[in-house]
Design a protein around this ligand. Structure first.
Ligand SMILES: C[S@@+](CC[C@H](N)C(=O)[O-])C[C@H]1O[C@@H](n2cnc3c(N)ncnc32)[C@H](O)[C@@H]1O
Length: 194
C-alpha cells in the first residue's frame, strides 16, 4: 500500500465535506450501463462511490476499490441506508500494484482517476461483450485548475489509442466538465470487448 497516497487522500476526504456529500453518477455510466450483458461490475478508484451506488441500485454486484479508508467508510455507511450491502464489495486497494482478474467483469467504470498502466489490464478484465467506461481530465491551456501534475492528465486524443480491433468504441468525446469545482477539459470513452 502506498502509504503516502493513502494519507493524502484520507486527508482530502476528511478536510473537504463537499467530497463526502451526494454526487451524481457519471453521465456516461447513466447513458451506457444498460448495454452491459451481465451484472458483474468493477468501480476503479471508486471514492465515496457515486458510480458504485448507481450500479448497485440497478442490480449490479460491484467490486469497489479505492486507497482511501475514509472514502470507503463513507460509501459503506451510505450503502447501509439505501441498498442491500451484499451487492457491493469494498476493497482497500493500492491500484499502483493491482491487476484485475482476466475476463471477469461485465462493466468496468473509472472516473476522475488515471493510471495508464491499468487501462490495458482493465480491457483484458472484460468478459466478451462487456463495457469499459473511462472519463477523466485532460491537458488543456484553459483548464481552471493550474499546476496539476500532467502525469494524471490525458493528452489530446489519447484514450482511443489504447484499444485494438478486439474492442469496439461505442463513444468517444473531449468536452468541458459540468458541475465540478473547477472548469476542466475531459475525455470520455465507452468501449465494448468484441
Ligand atoms: C477524484 S477521486 C474520484 C473518485 C470517483 N471515481 C469519482 O469519480 O467520484 C480519485 C480517487 O482515486 C483514489 N486513488 C488515488 N490514488 C489511488 C491509488 N494508488 N490506489 C487506489 N485509489 C487511489 C482516491 O482515493 C480518490 O478516491
Amino acid at each position: 500500500m502506498s502509504q503516502q497516497d493513502q494519507i493524502k487522500w484520507d486527508k482530502k476526504y476528511t478536510d473537504n465535506d463537499s467530497l463526502l456529500g451526494f454526487r451524481e453518477p457519471g453521465a456516461l455510466l447513466k447513458q451506457f450501463f444498460s448495454y452491459a450483458g451481465g451484472t458483474r461490475a468493477l468501480d476503479i478508484a471508486c471514492g465515496t462511490g457515486r458510480n458504485t451506488l448507481y450500479l448497485a441500485q440497478h442490480g449490479f454486484e460491484v467490486d469497489a476499490l479505492d486507497i482511501s479508508a475514509v472514502a470507503l467508510q463513507e460509501l459503506t455507511q451510505h450503502l447501509q441506508k439505501v441498498t442491500d450491502l451484499s451487492f457491493v464489495h469494498t476493497q482497500l486497494t493500492d491500484l499502483d500494484s493491482y491487476t484485475p482478474p482476466p475476463s471477469a467483469y461485465d462493466l468496468i467504470i473509472q472516473t476522475n482517476f488515471l493510471d495508464r498502466r491499468l487501462i490495458p489490464l482493465l480491457a483484458s478484465a472484460l468478459t466478451q461483450g462487456a463495457l469499459l467506461i473511462i472519463e477523466t481530465y485532460m491537458i488543456d491551456p484553459e483548464n481552471e485548475k493550474k499546476g496539476s501534475n500532467e502525469t494524471y492528465l490525458l493528452t489530446p486524443g489519447e484514450l482511443p489509442g489504447y484499444f485494438d480491433e478486439h474492442y469496439e468504441i461505442l463513444f468517444y468525446d473531449e468536452f468541458w466538465n459540468q458541475g465540478e469545482n473547477y472548469r476542466m477539459r475531459k475525455q470520455g470513452i465507452v468501449v465494448r470487448r468484441v
